[in-house]
Design a binder for this molecule. Structure first.
Ligand SMILES: C[S@@+](CC[C@H](N)C(=O)[O-])C[C@H]1O[C@@H](n2cnc3c(N)ncnc32)[C@H](O)[C@@H]1O
Length: 306
């Protein structure tokens, strides 16, 4: 496997305008946001731009504020629509600084689209993809848009509703040209993957984006250090391991883990295929619009069967 840091430079609806002083300044569609960014240990290079922000998320500095809150300019909506290529989705100012879009994932959305395209060339039916911890479903849509039959699993009913709305907005349910589809499962990722393995289900691609700590639909605890190996073992049973082009994409945001740790986690559960597979692992970077700087925004490991 090759060490490769993936760099996202933005797209018409997203730009990293500047970063520094533990914050980042980003444009999401028409709106400019300031969000906390622990990686930004440097000084902003365009201080004048920050005055244009429409909203800023700050961690609780005021009495009675738990966690943090958005401060908005008048007229700034709580939700608005954005695009990436032909996909459409709603961005929101959520209560924990997120927007429902992880822009650094654009590098993986492209890769997923490419993998589905090549699998479609060899399979009679649509490629089957499992997306665990699917959140607002942009990765699911990237696969379905190119013709995959996606099973999207998330513990949160609210996230699944948001993902479903995004798919409707993108016209995925009516995608007669490509034949892609998404089914939504509200369940604990580990429980669902183990149940699928017992049923003998097989997927041509598996995407997973586990948090450091999360809770399943019935309060099941997911701790990456305890549950990731089990989850990857279940995924290893689910992947069509003899199919050239079958793929695994493992993402991570958990602070403190190195890309090599994700790679070796995947290699230990997929021991028989990962070593001979074609793949990469590394960091995900978002590049600033007008400088050479980039904000490290996550880690990944991905491979496909040769
Ligand atoms: C890190 S985000 C995933 C980001 C997303 N894949 C993306 O790139 O936009 C974590 C998601 O995992 C879900 N989650 C947390 N614990 C879970 C569990 N035990 N089982 C299933 N989903 C879980 C949360 O509801 C949340 O939607």
């Amino acid at each position: 496997m090759e060490r490769l840091d993936l760099v996202v430079s933005g797209w018409p609806d997203y730009e990293l305008l500047d970063s520094g002083d533990n914050r980042k300044l980003e444009r999401y569609g028409k709106h400019i946001l300031i969000r906390p960014e622990t990686q930004a240990l440097w000084r902003p290079s365009r201080p004048e731009l920050w005055k244009k922000a429409d909203a800023e998320f700050r961690f609780g500095q005021e009495k009675g504020e738990k966690g943090g809150a958005w401060r908005k300019r008048t007229g700034m909506p709580d939700a608005w629509d954005m695009s990436w290529n032909s996909l459409r989705f709603t961005a929101r100012l959520t209560s924990f600084k997120h927007t429902g879009v992880f822009p650094e994932q654009a590098a993986n959305w492209e890769w997923i689209a490419g993998r589905i395209g090549s699998l479609r060339g060899q399979l009679k039916g649509p490629p089957r993809v499992l997306n665990l911890f699917g959140y607002t479903g942009i990765a699911s849509m990237a696969a379905a848009r190119h013709g995959a039959e996606v099973t999207h699993c998330d513990a949160s009913k609210q996230s699944n509703n948001w993902a479903h709305d995004n798919a409707r907005l993108s016209g995925i349910e009516r995608d007669e040209d490509h034949g892609g589809s998404i089914r939504y499962i509200t369940d604990d990722a580990l429980k669902f993957a183990e149940r699928e393995a017992r049923r003998g289900a097989v997927y041509d691609g598996i995407i997973l984006d586990p948090p450091a700590f999360g809770r399943g639909a019935k309060g099941e605890v997911f701790r990456i250090e305890e549950h990731l190996p089990k989850l990857l073992d279940a995924c290893a049973k689910l992947l069509a391991r003899t199919r050239p082009g079958a793929f695994l994409l493992l993402n991570g945001y958990a602070a403190g883990y190195a890309p090599l740790s994700l790679l070796q986690a995947a290699e230990s559960s997929f021991a028989d295929i990962a070593h001979g597979a074609k793949g990469e692992f590394g960091e995900l970077h978002i590049k600033e619009k007008d400088t050479k700087r980039a904000v490290p925004s996550g880690i990944y490991s991905r491979f496909m069967v040769k």
